[in-house]
Design a protein around this ligand. Structure first.
Ligand code: HEM
Length: 404
């Protein structure tokens, strides 16, 4: 593959074992079938589309990679053009020993207590979104509901202005759907985000508030001021990690429940604090895990028999591991009350998701409010659901009939 031009076109994938591509039009809707088919043939697929890059599909291979920071670096967390410019977004892009200091700095903002405090606010917000659908018989459950909920949560917890939600979603779309194949888009998004965050952090230096932005603007690690570019990276990460991830999980759950009214009826028959809601939330995370990460191979290594060389890239396909029959009983079946559910939707090892408490709360509240408001909703048979491809997979257009 030559990388002369800024944008690279790719033909449709015909062979997912030797030529996979997470930006292929077939990925978003069919990824689970793709991973299951590949797993029957080998534990690790490969491609040459972005230089050499691998796609592991078994829990064993995913564990090997996620737990091995000697051979796999997080300096590249997205499989894309190998000549792509990359910018830091710690802690997700950091390796040991730097990683821990960055992680400790941001973790308190998302601890269980901080998150529990916003539950009522999130519930009221979901109810307001549902109220906006008054009088309608059909709706788009992604555009009119799921995409808004995580922006609200992130803005409360960080201090980012919610009025800029469209801007955040535009950056997310370009970053994940276009940038892996187009360096100009990557540079454009990086530059716009840098200018935006630089201005907001500078403002917090002179107008401090009780929020994460102010804490980051003044951040120190071990008594030493954090580099300004790294501070910008922390906030860049909040925007790209905290929004379309949960938006996708909520959307996938609503897509699923629209087709399984028996499960909706079981859920709404019990109180909001019944364990069934918790197990349902976890099963959505297992079955429809939205986030696939990546690593750069920094030393030659063999994973489950597959040799990888320094400079190669690999996905860390957490969602595929969640469907491995070696790791889960009846992995192919969605079980509302699955008890043993050690899924890896939030990752494994030192980079395990820092926002998992927030994501779980937002999902739970979003499902409870929607399913109780529209207990008989269904997919709209006359309109098509569309799915985002690539790193964060989930419905972006989700037409439903509300069947009040
Ligand atoms: C359902 C929603 C979410 C899913 C499935 C998810 C998934 C993940 C995964 C798989 C990782 C591991 C990255 C790696 O191994 O390279 C991760 C890391 C991370 N996530 Fe999430 N995430 C979600 C929501 C959120 C939210 C709401 C936030 C809040 C800002 C967030 C913040 C982070 C951060 C900061 C990291 C990096 C942690 C580190 O490197 O130490 N995530 N997430």
């Amino acid at each position: 593959m030559a990388y002369g031009s800024e944008h690279i076109e790719m033909p449709p994938v015909k062979d997912w074992v030797n030529d996979w591509d997470w930006l292929d039009d077939g990925w978003g809707e069919n990824a689970i079938d793709i991973w299951n088919d590949v797993r029957e043939q080998c534990p690790v697929a490969s491609t040459e589309r972005y230089g050499r890059a691998f796609m592991p599909v078994t829990m064993a291979a995913i564990r090997d990679i996620a737990n091995d920071t000697d051979h796999f670096s997080s300096i590249w967390v997205n499989v894309g053009r190998p000549d792509a410019p990359r910018s830091p977004a710690p802690p997700i892009t950091s390796d040991p020993p730097d990683h821990l200091g960055h992680r400790k700095l941001i973790l308190p903002a998302f601890n269980p207590k901080a998150v529990a405090e916003i539950e009522q606010e999130m519930r009221d917000y979901c109810r307001d979104l549902i109220k906006d659908l008054d009088g309608l018989n059909e709706a788009d459950a992604a555009v009119q509901y799921s995409q808004h909920i995580p922006v609200h949560g992130i803005c409360i917890l960080t201090g980012l202005p919610e009025g800029d939600a469209d801007l955040f979603r535009d950056w997310i779309y370009k970053n994940f759907q276009l940038a892996p194949r187009d360096n100009n888009v990557r540079i454009e998004v990086m530059t716009e985000m840098t200018h935006y965050i630089d201005a907001i952090l500078k403002d917090r230096l002179v107008n401090p508030k009780d929020d994460l932005l102010t804490m980051i603007a003044n951040a120190e690690i071990d008594g030493k001021e954090v580099d300004w570019n790294i501070k910008i990276g922390y906030i860049r990460l909040q925007i790209v990690a905290g929004i379309d991830t949960t938006w996708s999980a909520i959307g996938s759950g609503l897509w699923h429940f629209a087709q399984h009214n028996d499960e909706v009826q079981r859920l709404i028959a019990v109180s909001n604090d019944d364990m069934l809601w918790q197990t349902a939330n976890e099963e959505i995370l297992r079955y429809y895990a939205p986030v696939t990460m990546a690593r750069k191979v920094v030393k030659d290594v063999t994973v489950q028999g597959c040799p990888m060389h320094e400079g190669d890239q690999t996905l860390v396909t957490f969602p595929a591991a969640n469907h491995d029959p070696e790791a889960f009983e009846d992995a192919h079946i969605f079980k509302l009350d699955r008890e043993n559910n050690r899924h890896v939707a939030f990752g494994l090892g030192i980079h395990r998701c820092a926002g998992s408490n927030l994501a779980r709360l937002e999902m739970l509240v979003a499902f409870q409010e929607w399913l109780r408001a529209f207990p008989n909703y269904s997919l709209n048979p006359n309109k098509k659901t569309t799915w985002a491809n690539g790193q964060v997979r989930g419905p972006r257009i989700l037409p439903v009939l509300l069947n009040r």
